[in-house]
Design a protein around this ligand. Structure first.
Ligand SMILES: [Zn+2]
Length: 345
């Protein structure tokens, strides 16, 4: 079976320029523009989905007016927002384009014009908190998309699954008190930003709706396959989301200069394939993947191609739910008792 997969790729996002030595460079998007023009990707059944800038109202469902005003002051200037986050003269527009693309992908999936979608934009989003840009991120694209899905489309529960090598502190902070947004993150530990301990499980009414799965370096395809197909698939089964958003960070690639993981094409295809299966089983195939990190050209192109092949159903994974204890869960196995407080896994 194949899926109708929307592709949102915005060349305008090339104009965000944090400087010549910065890893989050326009070249990250250039290589993906070349990838989607390649013979292999042109052979996939992808549908182009149009988008627009996010509106201020859409951004303000997640971010504070003060953050929005601060970003606007960067228009036409270069501003250092934090130690490693820079806004260049066109960055505000790029950030609004990126968030708008994530919103449009949700609209397309909800309208049924596509089953799932991939959003290839920058700057990335998952480190951006409600009131501060951080870690190369200006606006939290997946958080804005999640709130749009709930407010405009009336969805009761949204799951955000984040496979970037870094913990999505921004996404967690925005939703950690919310029982209706499940945030699940696998990330290298210890590593920037230093948040995402296994016993950080949300708070107040959101307790148990944040699942952090910190992993030592050098986890690879087998462990990611087991964690996404076993542990995460089972948690999603019980949460029963109406939509799955995937924070797709390709800095877990074996080639990435910032991360220490060793995921290859096969691992990326398995991660995305498991999420496609979960979306098919739980939420009418609704799945939107949004680009986060990934700082090696070959890691990005390999990973995005694998994701697109999984989203379209060109490659599939079989039933993922083998016996959990026999799967190679790596460091995740040490934390199962914490997750079992909230999910019968
Ligand atoms: Zn990252």
């Amino acid at each position: 079976m194949t899926f109708r997969t929307g592709l949102l790729l915005d060349p305008e996002c090339l104009l965000h320029d944090p400087g010549p030595q910065h890893p989050e460079s326009p070249a990250r998007l250039s290589v993906l523009i070349e990838l989607v023009q390649s013979k292999a990707v042109r052979a996939l059944p992808l549908l182009r989905v149009d988008h627009r800038n996010a509106s201020e109202a859409e951004v303000l469902r997640v971010h504070t007016p003060a953050l929005l005003e601060r970003l606007k002051t960067s228009v036409g200037h270069t501003i250092q927002l934090d130690q490693d986050t820079i806004a260049s003269p066109r960055s505000f527009d790029c950030a609004m384009r990126a968030a708008g693309a994530a919103v449009a992908a949700v609209d397309a999936v909800m309208a049924g014009t596509v089953d799932n979608a991939m959003v290839l934009v920058r700057p990335p989003g998952h480190h951006a908190e409600a009131d501060r840009p951080m870690g190369f991120c200006l606006l939290n694209n997946v958080a804005i998309a999640a709130q749009h899905a709930r407010v405009v489309h009336g969805l009761a529960r949204v799951a955000i699954v984040d496979f970037d090598v870094h913990h999505g502190n921004g996404t967690q902070a925005i939703f950690e008190r919310d029982p209706n947004v499940l945030y699940i993150s696998t990330h290298q530990w210890p590593l920037f930003p230093g948040t995402g301990a296994a016993d950080s499980l949300g708070s107040g009414p959101g307790l148990g709706r944040t699942i952090n799965i910190p992993l030592g370096p050098e986890h690879g395809d087998a462990e990611y396959d087991a964690i996404y197909g076993g542990l995460i698939a089972r948690i999603l089964d019980q949460f029963r989301p109406d939509l799955i958003l995937l924070s797709a960070g390709y800095d877990i690639s074996e080639h990435d200069p910032l991360g220490g993981m060793s995921v290859t094409y096969a691992g990326f295809a398995r991660i995305a394939g498991h999420m496609v299966n979960a979306a098919e089983l739980l939420c009418k195939k609704r799945l939107v993947a949004v680009l986060e990190g990934g700082y090696s050209a070959v890691g990005l192109t390999t990973g995005v191609q694998a994701t697109l092949e999984a989203l379209t159903g060109t490659v599939r994974v079989d039933d993922p739910r083998g016996p959990l204890v026999r799967l190679p869960l790596g460091d995740a196995a040490r934390h199962l008792h914490l997750y079992r407080e909230y999910f019968a896994i």
